[in-house]
Design a protein around this ligand. Structure first.
Ligand code: BGC
Length: 480
């Protein structure tokens, strides 16, 4: 390779990284909006007098009061409005990203983030707060599907894994920022300010996206070849993009997509793989740690505020740092190796956590529980954290990508809600120890699933993967 062409490549890798950082702000908002409620809730309870768990709320604060809904339920609705909104967003993401484009879709979600945040932060009653949180959730669900799609479609194959992994990295930074914001505003109990912090990245996302090119693959899909040419030129930094445009054109010769095709014999396995990856991502129990860390550490023997601070700083920070490994290694070691190592590590940690809570490894379980849950986060962060997003954005053929990703994302949110909503009940009935052993068993199934089905897509163009699919290769061989 000549010096100039390698220089062009480096310059453009830099451009792609700047572009991904902007688009990945959507991930930051995902992490922030799901994380911020844990610190805000107790102050919201004070403001709207959601006092005794069984007392009903005054109708001035909520229409739920008219139906005699009690305080605990109202709190659950406030918390779960984001994941519920996200589930709806995931379902509708394919219409938005097909109709308005990937860039257009992300710009729309930025506007929704702004509206939802303003609604929630200025809420005069719990109904307004719930509506605001639903809108935020809707934006989270849309962007968690459309942003990885955009990132994957604009990237050159040699750094595509890394670029999509940056989205996961942004989620982790968002979660950590939420914990820090909770901690800072905790002193004066200002939950409105906690929400309002989310406004800055939303505006940045909106403005930043205005300057970025549309996905050339979507442009070709819509027959806008001239514009696709321009977008690719900007993305690759050189004029010689006709070959790539031709390859994309060639790939969409395969029939116009309609939703039913997703369940055809050819595409069904892809739906199964990507949906399954998100199911197993949630079955690791990762969110039982993020959502209930203070409870977990308290049960292991850490006292009140110490456990809160430990949870806050250590889980959030380690998640960010370990994700950097993933970003760095995904295109060097490949998807499969990271996935296998990560899953085996997660299973070991779950087994140790279970044994610790059963007091099989001694009675002083504080440090063991803390270290095993932090280690679980590490193994998760470089594997099951980012890889489901990468796989869903790589495997589907262009004409079915938006629909396929929407279905896979439903598993993300549906099983997020399922696992986090059932965790405390499972613990009540079976205990902490058995809960983590159950997750270990489910994650073991995830390992078998990964070994038998996940292809290695490192360094392959999306069109190459698509060609293999139409040549009738098995799912596991799609990257060969
Ligand atoms: C998952 C989230 C999780 C986060 C933790 C994401 O990949 O989808 O449910 O909270 O990782 O970093």
């Amino acid at each position: 390779m000549s010096a100039t062409s390698s220089e062009t490549i480096h310059r453009n890798h830099f451009y792609i990284l700047v572009l991904s950082t902007i688009a990945a702000i959507a991930g930051l908002l995902f992490g922030f909006d799901t994380g911020v409620i844990s610190g805000a809730l107790q102050f919201i309870v004070d403001t709207f007098h959601i006092i005794a768990p069984t007392a009903t709320l005054a109708p001035t604060y909520s229409v739920f009061g008219l139906f005699g809904v009690n305080g605990t339920t109202i709190q659950e609705v406030i918390v779960s409005a984001v994941p519920a909104g996200a589930l709806i967003g995931a379902i509708l993401s394919s219409f938005l990203s097909n109709a308005f484009g990937r860039r257009g879709g992300i710009i729309t979600t930025a506007v929704l983030f702004i509206i939802g945040t303003l609604f929630a932060a200025t809420a005069i009653n719990t109904d307004m707060l719930i509506i605001g949180r639903l809108i935020m959730g809707f934006a989270v669900g849309l962007s968690a599907t459309i942003a990885p799609m955009y990132l994957s479609e604009v990237s050159p194959p040699d750094i595509r894994g890394m670029v999509v992994f940056l989205f996961q990295m942004a989620i982790t930074v968002g979660i950590l920022s939420a914990f820090i914001v909770n901690f800072l505003f905790h002193i004066n109990g200002n939950w409105r300010a906690m929400f309002l912090v989310g406004l800055a990245p939303s505006v940045l996302l909106f403005v930043g996206m205005l300057f970025l090119p549309e996905s050339p693959r979507w442009l070709v899909l819509k027959g806008k070849h001239e514009k696709a040419h321009h977008a690719l030129h900007k993305l690759r930094g050189h004029e010689a993009v006709s070959g790539e445009v031709a390859e994309i054109k060639e790939s969409i010769r395969n029939a116009k997509g309609n939703f039913r095709m997703l369940f055809s014999k050819r595409l069904r396995p892809l739906v199964f793989i990507t949906f399954g990856l998100f199911v197993f991502q949630q079955f690791t129990g990762i969110n039982t740690i993020f959502y209930y860390a203070p409870t977990l550490f308290k049960a292991a023997g850490f006292e009140g505020s110490t456990s809160q601070i430990l949870a806050l700083v250590s889980t959030g920070a380690i998640n960010v740092f370990a994700t950097i490994f993933g970003v760095w290694f995904i295109d060097r070691l490949g998807r499969r190796k990271l996935l296998y190592v990560g899953l085996v590590g997660i299973i070991l940690c779950q087994l140790i956590m279970g044994a610790a809570y059963h007091q099989l490894l001694g009675t002083n379980i504080r440090w063991l529980t803390l270290f095993s849950s932090l280690a679980l986060i590490v193994f998760f962060a470089f594997s099951m954290g980012g890889i489901p997003y990468i796989m869903m954005s790589e495997l589907f053929p262009l004409n079915m990508r938006a629909g396929g990703m929407a279905v896979a994302s439903c598993a993300n949110w549906g099983f997020n809600i399922l696992v986090s909503a059932t965790f405390l009940t499972i613990v009540d009935v079976f205990g902490f120890g058995n809960a983590y052993w159950l997750y270990a068993f489910l994650t073991f199934l995830g390992l078998v699933f990964a070994i038998s089905l996940i292809p290695e897509t490192k360094n392959r163009t999306l069109e190459h993967i698509e060609k293999n699919l139409y040549a009738g290769k098995k799912p596991r061989d799609l990257g060969n």
